[in-house]
Design a protein around this ligand. Structure first.
Ligand code: IMP
Ligand code: MG
Length: 190
């Protein structure tokens, strides 16, 4: 399909596929964190759509907070540096913390945030990412929970942007110029 401003794109994940998997992840979090009042930390801005759907599938008490980092700017490739733009408002010490990420690519952002939060003494620290690209650089940075494994392409929608735009798409598309494969058959849910 073609989207004005994005050109030819392939739908990697439909809204229904995303919703189904998010419900499964929410059910898993409900079981894992029951009675512990965990702190779910979303990474602005891309993580908010995933977080807002995810918490509506979690049926036990929890709190949310936000961190903002940047590494991409207006380009489709990581600059290789991570910068903290906005800090948490909650105390992390002694809390069960779950980082909720939209997508893990090189793992650099995740390594930065894990190190940053670990220094603050959480009782536990885990990561849930909706999407995982094949990690080549930092294999130790695999999230604890993954929604979908996707090929190495640039994706947009469901919170993820290109130069600040298209976060509102209810589905996830791959830009064709970057897609090594189409969605069908090349993704698996973990
Ligand atoms: P990493 O540090 O290389 O793992 O990149 C992680 C961050 O870069 C994610 O939290 C996203 O905000 C952004 N990102 C990585 N890949 C994509 C993509 O394909 N589309 C949109 N944003 C992406
Ligand atoms: Mg992000």
């Amino acid at each position: 399909m073609t989207i004005a401003g994005l050109g030819e794109v392939s739908v990697l994940l439909t809204a229904e596929e995303i919703a189904g998997r998010v419900r499964e992840l929410g059910a898993q979090l409900t079981r894992e964190y029951a009675g512990r009042n965990p702190l779910f930390v979303s990474i602005l801005k891309g993580g908010i759509v995933f977080l807002s759907d995810l918490i509506r599938s979690v049926t036990t008490p929890h709190e949310i907070d936000f961190l903002a980092v940047t590494s991409y700017g207006a380009r489709t490739e990581s600059s290789g540096r991570v910068r903290l733009l906005h800090d948490l408002s909650s105390e992390v010490r002694g809390r069960d913390v779950l980082l909720v990420e939209d997508i893990v690519d090189s793992g650099l952002t995740l390594r930065y945030l894990r190190d940053y939060l670990a220094l603050r003494g959480p009782a536990s620290l885990k990561v849930c990412a909706l999407l995982q690209k094949p990690i080549e650089d930092l294999p130790a940075m695999e999230p604890d929970m993954i929604g979908f494994r996707i090929p190495n392409c640039f994706v947009v929608g469901y919170g993820m942007d290109l130069a600040g735009q298209f976060r509102n798409l209810p589905y996830i598309v791959a830009l064709n110029e970057t897609a090594g494969a189409t969605g069908d058959g090349s993704r698996t849910s973990a």
